[in-house]
Design a protein around this ligand. Structure first.
Ligand code: APR
Ligand code: PHB
Length: 394
């Protein structure tokens, strides 16, 4: 079997790249180890930057998002009894974010791929890239008891943090940058009305808390918990009680609780691998980088990688500009590192660190007080939160 671009992984990165390439007439095949139901059962992030919203529109998959996504002009940060609003729209010359779940983005992309009849293999086992340093790379994988060989021009490694793509690159050519935080996020999804029409990020001595949402009737809340915490120890009642303790009193009073639809704990980590290309294999999204969720950047970085590789491949196939391929990694990494910095910073100012001494605690409160009390500080938070611009591909 032959295609132009072989895509490993059917998460948002692989599906969005596949959809954009397909619309541009660039044939591609997606090979994924799980099944669609499993992928759609994962509850992930929910805030889309303007750049990602525009890219989904360009990919022709924005109908449901435009009809039911919630445009947010601002969000709140709470600390030390104060609630401060970051007016995203006013501080960024009109930019906003869209609250729309990653699960829904993934569903829209899967439906679009089915509708156009592009090829995908689900439940594929032993996916393996070969000859990636040559100009005739290929994948092999097992599907329905058969071993399939997929010849291609390029391989897009969109297979997440635990995928095979990054592992196929010789270790000595990769540089890894990593930070593991001494806590995780316990998330709860419920069919309750949001406590506020905007997101609230709360710094509290008991630990960080976040009020988010998926729709006017579905909420997503998070609590900072210890890295070793077990979700089985968190009854819904315990979750809601702890959340109320960490929120400003007037917000806690308004909180509507209800049975959880899902509850899970995610560890917090920063991770970047350099470079993001080896021969004809390109890494995108979580395969190349992880951010802690505090800045809502994970999914959005996946989208900017997709945009970069897509625009490069358009010029490769349209104008023979193969020189651009080796620029992929540096272009992506410039934006990724800025989002890594912002995510690390938001994490560091909002969470309780178990080993923080009295001096560090005062500095953290002062950091919040200073940034939120300064027009320049608010602007820098806002411009990062709505998303830094995508670089043009010349
Ligand atoms: N072979 C084939 N598919 C694989 C393999 C493999 N060896 N390993 C992993 N996959 C699949 C996974 O099953 C998954 O469906 O690759 C997909 C990767 O999807 P995601 O983990 O969602 O990664 P990505 O598409 O880059 O999405 C961006 O950013 O911060 C996050 O929450 C955000 O998950 C989102 C991510
Ligand atoms: C979410 O709604 O899941 C969410 C929102 C904002 C974040 C992280 C997660 O920073």
């Amino acid at each position: 079997m032959k295609t132009k671009v072989a895509i490993i992984g059917s998460g948002p990165s692989g599906l969005l790249l596949g959809q954009l390439l397909h619309r541009a007439g660039i044939d591609n095949v997606i090979v994924e180890r799980k099944n669609p139901d499993y992928i759609l059962s994962r509850i992930r992030a929910g805030v889309l930057e303007q750049g990602m919203v525009d890219l989904l529109r360009e990919a022709g998959v924005s109908e449901r998002m435009d009809a039911s996504g919630l445009v947010h002009d601002g969000f709140e940060m709470a600390f030390n009894g104060r609630r401060e609003r970051i007016d995203l729209k006013a501080l960024t010359d009109g930019k906003t974010v869209m609250v729309y779940g990653q699960t829904e983005v993934t569903r829209d992309l899967m439906d679009a791929r089915t509708a156009v009849g592009a090829r995908s293999f689900y439940d594929a086992e032993n996916v393996q890239p070969h000859d990636i340093k040559t100009d005739a790379p290929y994948l092999t994988f097992d599907c329905d008891g058969e071993t399939i060989r997929l010849d291609c021009d390029y391989i897009a490694g969109c297979d997440g943090f635990h995928g095979v793509s990054r592992q196929s690159i010789p270790e000595e050519t990769l540089k890894v940058f990593e930070r593991v935080y001494p806590f995780g996020w316990l998330g709860l999804l419920a069919d309750t009305p949001p406590v506020s029409h905007e997101l609230i990020y709360a710094n509290h001595a008991r630990g960080f808390a976040l009020c988010s949402m998926r729709s006017p009737t579905r909420t997503r809340y998070y609590l900072q918990v210890g890295a070793q915490e077990n979700v089985a120890d968190w009854s819904d009642e315990r979750f809601w009680d702890e959340l109320k303790l960490r929120l400003p009193a007037d917000v806690a009073e308004r909180l509507v609780t209800g049975p959880s639809l899902e509850k899970s704990i995610a560890p917090l980590r920063s991770f970047v691998v350099e470079p993001m290309q080896y021969g004809r294999l390109f890494l995108l999204g979580d395969a190349a980088h992880i951010v802690p969720p505090t800045g809502a950047k994970g999914l959005n970085l996946a989208a900017s990688d997709v945009s970069t590789l897509y625009r490069i491949l358009l010029k490769v196939y349209g104008e023979g500009r193969t020189d651009l391929l080796e620029k992929y990694s540096e272009i992506c990494l410039r934006r990724i590192w800025k989002a890594e910095r912002f995510s690390w910073w938001m994490t560091s100012i909002l969470h309780t660190f178990p080993d923080a001494d009295a001096f560090s605690k005062r500095l953290q409160q002062t950091e919040l007080d200073y940034y939120l009390g300064s027009a320049a500080g608010r602007k820098t938070i806002a411009e990062n939160y709505v998303g830094l611009p995508y670089e043009s591909i010349e």
